[in-house]
Design a protein around this ligand. Sequence first.
Ligand SMILES: C[S@@+](CC[C@H](N)C(=O)[O-])C[C@H]1O[C@@H](n2cnc3c(N)ncnc32)[C@H](O)[C@@H]1O
Length: 364
Amino acid sequence: MSIAQNINDWPSYDEAKAEAFGERFVAALSESSLMMMYSIGHRTGLFDTMDGMDWSTSDQIADAAELNERYVREWLGAMVTGKVVDYRPIGRTYQLPAEHARWLTRRATPENLAVTSQWISVMGCVETRIVDKFRSGGGVSYECFDRFHECMAEESAQTVVAALQDQILPLSGGLAGRLEKGIKVLDVGCGSGRAACAMAKAFPASTFTGYDLCDDAIMAAEALAQEQGLTNVTFLTKDVTELDEPLAYDVVTAFDIVHDQKDPAAVLDTIFSVLKVDGTFLMQDIAGSSYLEKNIDHPIGPFGYTISTMHCMTVSLAQDGVGLGTMWGEELAEQMLGDAGFTGMTKHKLDHDFINVYYVMSKA
Ligand SMILES: C[S@@+](CC[C@H](N)C(=O)[O-])C[C@H]1O[C@@H](n2cnc3c(N)ncnc32)[C@H](O)[C@@H]1O
């Protein structure tokens, strides 16, 4: 049976709408393929090599990047047909326009979009396991992911660490002054420790502790602290669902961790318990609504629900957790923070960052 005959079976079929979707799909195929190639361009250093390079052949580019020419030429094919790199057939030379280098190179940090492209491959590496979970339920645990902590560290270095001193810490009035005098800070789910190390470096009179569930993240954090010669920061592998350290900290920070907890309510209760009275809790999480219908025009809605399916929700379900998901939304976040006992909450969005929202509150 031809597709034309089948079409009659679909009620109120709109041919123009179908054509438009087909075209959109083909465009998405090319754009999503480019995401993998952006990731490779970032990881191999090809974008950095081509940044500012005059019109060059694939041999010259491969030599400069110390890579295999055959692979580089095929990658350039994707870049040229994707209109990322310019091409001159006479002489077969290539050039990365400055306007694209501005978004794709390490020089563009903290606005290097190629960093974010890496998530597509990180998510892709667990697709078969996730398909199995669609049938069986349950989740895929952290150790099944290739390069999760490495990519997370690069991502939050751009979104959080780069803005920490000038924009994020000032969201809590007086916090910088307290940090300068010397206080105790806990970073829960510290990952590879970049935020804790940045704070430890900036505020030598304060002491910082970072806890994370994953050994490999803690090892990276310890290596970073050692490399930077920091003596006021300590990292430990620890589940923050329950901590027996009542009233131990003046400030707790949680950068992008609450939504992928196995028991987010218990973690918020724990944070409340470890904070001193009048202590400050600074939480960064994903901007968006708890209601799907309010996220229809969310600038990264499909990405948010995809990374939730492929990582944030599934790592929680893998621990028999609640699987809150990346898009748990600001309404639910505010309700859960209130239920945990926090007061005086203020909510902020930063100019450079349309993905995250920052909540500042206290334990009165
Ligand atoms: C999305 S990552 C964010 C990491 C880091 N805060 C950053 O911004 O780069 C979430 C982190 O929370 C950690 N994590 C998840 N559940 C945890 C738990 N119960 N206790 C401690 N760490 C946890 C994960 O291992 C992961 O490193």
